[in-house]
Design a protein around this ligand. Structure first.
Ligand SMILES: [Ca+2]
Length: 344
């Protein structure tokens, strides 16, 4: 994720940045060391060995560039069209097709084992790291320790710091190999350390390696998407489809909004669920203007992140799992469209 964010920072460098984006004041040695000694006690209480704590935290220093990247994300909003232009681009579509072909046997096995279509596994790998090419080279312990100190997202990153120490302590990955984005996302799947512990999957029995092993990366993504117990993956369904609204849509758009929705922003912004038969009755059509399949065996929700004049999509239950990877409508729609493209 973070690499693309960087790309957008370059792209929109003239635009405004978050108000927090000013030269960060770095802690004095005393402040840092005081904080570190508290963290060390907490790490011991979290069951991490003294040896790992000493090895990893004794010489660590906060890094200004990591704080800057975290704070200086552009505020200017890009449109879905712009987002798709850079994310579902030709290189990523061609790259995905190549991966599907090259790892056909492995992907067939993994897809069957986890019961998920392989195009979604490949699309995530494409979105997250351009199929392993952009993994990031920042030492994860530096990233998560710096962001755990920084007040902006301290609690969240403290969890990531303890997870990182745990990964090292349990010899799952060596400290030197634990690398990724400035935001602490690991390897080609760009999973956070907590997710890596929960969902990292060793497909070939030699340890989990989401930096070099495509099989492990595929299996880890599949494992993650199919074990969200609140929302099961349905391999008989796709992610959703683009639709055209009826001309009187603005008259009743408000009535389709969820009442007291729960979850992150993009989960909440989906409409109430209806069957395709019901959406047909309301006047929705597929992107070519044809009647939608007359089905009532699953529910679909309407999503239109750029407002009623932007592109619209009916999304199915699997779309919500894609949002668990990154809670952004643009992200999940891009993943869906990329999965369609690499499958065609
Ligand atoms: Ca492995």
């Amino acid at each position: 994720m973070q690499y693309f964010t960087l790309f957008f920072i370059c792209l929109f460098s003239i635009s405004t940045y978050a108000s927090e984006c000013k030269k960060p004041e770095m802690p004095s040695n005393d402040e840092w060391n005081k904080w570190l000694s508290e963290i060390k006690i907490e790490a011991i209480n979290n069951g991490i060995s003294k040896k790992t704590i000493e090895n990893e935290l004794n010489n660590i220093k906060p890094q200004k560039k990591i704080i800057l990247r975290d704070r200086c994300q552009p505020e200017s909003r890009i449109t879905l069209k712009e987002y798709l232009f850079y994310r579902v681009d030709k290189a990523r579509i061609v790259g995905g097709k190549k991966i599907l072909k090259k790892y056909q046997i492995e992907l067939d096995e993994i897809s069957k084992y986890f019961n998920i279509q392989k195009r979604f596994i490949v699309a995530i790998l494409g979105m997250e790291s351009s199929y392993g090419k952009n993994q990031g080279k920042i030492r994860t312990i530096d990233a998560v320790a710096t962001l755990a100190f920084d007040r902006r997202r301290s609690e969240f990153y403290k969890k990531q710091l303890f997870a990182t120490l745990k990964i090292i302590d349990q010899n799952l990955v060596s400290s030197n190999n634990l690398k990724g984005s400035w935001g602490g996302a690991l390897g080609m799947t760009q999973m956070l350390p907590t997710t890596f512990i929960d969902s990292g999957y060793d497909w070939d029995g030699n340890g989990v390696d989401i930096w070099n092993s495509y099989e492990d990366a595929f299996a880890s993504i599949a494992n993650y998407l199919t074990t969200i117990d609140k929302n099961l993956w349905n391999s008989n369904l796709s992610w959703g489809r683009e639709v055209l609204p009826p001309s009187n849509f603005s008259d009743f758009a408000e009535s389709l909004k969820q009442q007291n929705p729960k979850g992150c922003g993009a989960v909440k912004s989906r409409s109430v669920p209806k069957t395709l038969i019901e959406w047909n009755k309301l006047g929705f059509r597929d992107k070519d203007g044809n009647i939608l399949p007359e089905r009532n065996d699953f529910e679909a929700r309407l999503v239109y992140p750029d407002g009623i004049n932007g592109r619209m999509f009916l999304v199915y239950q699997n779309y919500k799992n894609l949002l668990y990877y990154n809670c952004s409508s643009y992200y999940a729609i891009s993943l869906g469209l990329l999965s369609d493209e690499i499958n065609s």
